[in-house]
Ligand binder design. Structure first.
Ligand SMILES: [Zn+2]
Length: 393
């Protein structure tokens, strides 16, 4: 895709077609504040660029029948979600529908060179399946703070070796298309906003609980990244004075006390202490435990596992309560690798937030699990790059 919209009207039309699918000219006219003749000019310009095509006859509203307008069916976006322990890569069409999605287990600490080699081989596989001839743009999510305009991770505690690596520049060269990079929690928030539980919610928090903890803050329909891109890094809010040592160098951070990796550590301690037969058996068999093992043990009614999840939900709930007081969101979405902990976790979070936040802030505040699971990040990544490309150059 070489063309970009020539002005804000064209950008608006492209986004309407992305989010709502094919429209007739009359329907587009109802949605944008343009005269018929001005609309016709902008649509014709977009048709000339090849970004949109005329496709199928629209329902008649009297008079001559016209063609529907839709985004070019050959447009392809790449969504890449690099997690602490796995990589998700997906190809979408222009409407951000996932055409193909691959997942590969990999430790982000292997470093950017090895991780991007893996990403490129997954892209090659998706291309060999005939899902994309070329790529028009790619969005990349990484599990750490990103200096947003340049697409560079900065001092990411759970991904040593990535500090200052020019992700945007390197991948844009390798993939041969424009690339945007963001923190993974921001992209998951965008994904849930585009196709998941937060559709049509303008102000919400997406709390991602994976190996670490992060938060996507959406205000007025847009991700709030702050001055340097580090907004929402809630995993390093202190919850315990002089608490456990954290990867960031401080003590008592939220994610040192509750996160996927903290939960696995606490479950292993409990298994060794002999408090839970279920966890002890799993540790003996597997050699180590993950948050998924805690979820499985909790599902059998194991009291130790349930207590660990409740205690974690209390901790993250206290932090969310503070955020709810600060931002007054219309929804709180919990997602990430630990959503397997499900309703036990959710119940503790809700209790803390409803108890600790101001009544005006919690009136009609839904606190829910994300709908999209592991596709939230890749859909959000595709949405990020399409927002960029569907803006005036
Ligand atoms: Zn920390």
């Amino acid at each position: 895709m070489t063309a970009r919209p020539g002005n804000a009207h064209q950008a608006r039309l492209l986004r309407l077609l992305r989010d709502g699918g094919p429209h007739s000219r009359a329907q587009l006219g109802d949605l944008v504040d343009l005269s018929r003749s001005k609309l016709a000019v902008e649509v014709d310009r977009l048709l000339e660029t090849g970004l949109v095509v005329a496709d199928g006859l629209a329902a008649s509203r009297g008079g001559r029948r016209s063609h529907n307008i839709r985004l070019a069916p050959g447009l392809r976006f790449l969504g890449v979600d690099i997690g602490a322990t796995s990589i998700d890569v997906a190809v979408t069409n222009a409407e951000l529908e996932v055409l193909g999605h691959l997942n590969h287990a990999m430790d982000v600490r292997e470093g950017p060179v090895a991780v991007f080699e893996q990403v490129l081989s997954m892209v090659a596989k998706l291309k060999s399946l005939g899902l994309a001839d070329g790529l028009d743009g790619a969005g990349i999510g990484v599990p750490g703070p990103v200096r947003f305009p340049e697409g560079v991770p900065v001092a990411p505690p759970i991904m040593p070796g990535w500090d200052g690596f020019p992700v945007r520049e390197a991948l844009s060269q390798d993939l041969g298309c424009p690339v945007m990079v963001d923190n993974d929690a921001n992209l998951m928030a965008l994904g849930e906003q585009h196709a998941g539980v937060a559709r049509s919610v303008a102000d919400f928090l997406y709390v991602k609980i994976g190996t670490g903890i992060g938060c996507g803050i959406v205000l007025g329909g847009a991700v709030h990244r702050g001055t340097t891109g580090s907004a929402g890094d809630i995993g390093h809010i202190q919850v315990e004075p002089d608490g456990r040592a954290c990867g960031c160098g401080n003590r008592g951070c939220l994610e040192a006390h509750f996160s996927g990796s903290a939960l696995a550590r606490d479950a292993e301690d409990a298994a060794r202490a002999g408090g839970s037969a279920e966890l002890s058996t799993r540790l003996e068999t597997l050699g180590k435990l993950s948050s998924a093992d805690v979820a499985a043990a909790a599902a059998t009614g194991d009291q130790v596992a349930l207590d660990l999840i409740r205690a974690g939900g209390d901790r993250v709930g206290q932090v969310i309560a503070g955020l709810v007081n600060s931002f007054n969101p219309g929804m709180v979405v919990i997602g990430g690798g630990v959503t397997g902990l499900g309703h036990t976790l959710l119940a503790s979070v809700r209790t803390q937030v409803y108890r600790r936040s101001l009544p005006l802030a919690t009136r009609n505040l839904p606190i829910v699990l994300g709908e999209l699971g592991s596709t939230a990040g890749v859909i959000g990544a595709a949405r990020l790059i399409s927002d960029h490309l569907f803006s005036p150059a």
